[in-house]
Design a binder for this molecule. Structure first.
Ligand SMILES: Nc1nc2c(ncn2[C@@H]2O[C@H](COP(=O)(O)OP(=O)(O)OP(=O)(O)O)[C@@H](O)[C@H]2O)c(=O)[nH]1
Ligand SMILES: [Mg+2]
Length: 331
């Protein structure tokens, strides 16, 4: 069942909080989450299921495997991962382990889920305070994702949060984050327009430490890995943070826009080569028929997808659950 915010965040009051998961309201809520995930990912699901019609798995022959391979590659799962998954299914079918389409579909969901999982996909909030830095290419969803994260941390988990607006390029960027701070009812730290982003990050951390915050979330301006001056600026933001708190930033999240497909994946790879990234926020999965990119990211970047965006609403940012994701792709 859908992973909840309490499963994503490890909090000081008791490890990964998986309490109450069996309560009926909780189960109902999780079913609702899955329904929305499935609905918002329908472009990918429809593209896949159009290819993989029910009859395809009735006779398992070369055509079956070819069509399956094509469908997965079209969905941006990635050539290597697709080949591995299809070979595995073919082997199991030949060995007589898979009889009938239903078993094969179920096994395909399992293999896709396995491929989408990599590394440590929780976020540890036990350091006090925990600093989370949001980085990524322009327009990929940094500010809105951070705002939504602030809301969930404050309103659902009761964390004391500081939002830091270290994107000082545009006044609108600061206002956008400030609106989220108001909505989430969390503290907000900004600088003058064109202020040094490092100084804003410094103030945000200082404020958090002074006021006993649990989590400090820092937004940054969009940039490309090729913009040397901006990448150097990001390195400086990190240095300023770690001078105050030696282990910080504890978490660096890289946003990737799913609609940019393989190109976005390549960009993310290069970005992650120059900045230490601990997790991916994969946004705009609602806007693409190629949602398989989540699997390609996990496999080819070897960085866990921790959060996904499936729309513009508050509840459309959610913890990534590989099993639910794979089920939503195919069923
Ligand atoms: N449909 C959809 N839209 C999204 C999602 N995530 C973000 N957006 C939209 O994408 C647009 C850009 O989001 P921002 O959060 O401003 O992106 P950003 O990375 O901060 O952009 P810059 O600061 O300009 O680099 C906004 O209109 C968001 O509402 C998503 O999961 N689905
Ligand atoms: Mg922004």
């Amino acid at each position: 069942m859908a992973r909840d915010w309490r499963d994503l965040f490890i909090t000081r009051d008791g490890g990964v909080a998986t309490t109450e998961t069996d309560a009926p309201e909780q189960q109902e809520r999780r079913r609702g989450f899955f329904g929305r995930l499935r609905e918002n990912m329908r472009k990918t699901r429809e593209a896949l299921t159009d290819e993989l019609q029910a009859t395809l798995f009735e006779n398992l022959d070369d055509e079956t495997w070819e069509r399956l391979e094509e469908a997965l590659i079209m969905a941006d799962v990635g050539a290597r991962t697709t080949a591995e998954i299809v070979e595995q299914l073919e082997r199991e079918a030949q060995a007589g382990d898979l009889t009938g389409g239903e078993q094969l579909s179920a096994r395909l969901v399992e293999l896709l889920a396995d491929a989408a999982r990599t590394g440590e996909d929780t976020i540890d909030l036990r350091p006090s305070p925990t600093v989370v830095l949001m980085v990524g290419v322009n327009g990929t969803g940094k500010t809105t994702s951070l705002g939504k994260l602030a809301w969930h941390l404050r309103q659902e988990l009761g964390q004391r949060v500081v939002l830091g607006a270290a994107d000082t390029f545009r006044a609108a960027a600061v206002e956008q984050l400030e609106q989220w701070a108001l909505r989430a009812d969390v503290a907000f730290v900004k600088g003058e327009q064109d202020a040094d982003p490092g100084s804003v990050a410094y103030d945000a951390v200082a404020t958090g430490v002074r006021d006993g915050a649990d989590v400090i979330l820092i937004d940054t301006a969009g940039r490309l890995h090729t913009q040397d001056n901006l990448m150097a600026e990001l390195a400086k933001v990190r240095r300023v943070i770690s001078k105050q708190l030696p282990d910080a930033p504890h978490e660096t999240l890289l946003t990737v826009d799913a609609t940019t497909g393989q190109n976005g994946l390549r960009q993310a790879k290069l970005f992650a080569e120059s900045v230490d990234v601990s997790g991916i926020v994969l946004t705009k999965l609602d806007g693409t028929a190629k949602g398989g990119i989540a699997i390609a990211i996990a496999r080819e970047l070897d960085i866990p997808v921790k959060l996904i965006g499936i729309g513009e609403q508050l509840e459309d940012l959610r913890p990534f659950d590989a099993d639910d994701f794979a089920r939503a792709l195919l069923t």
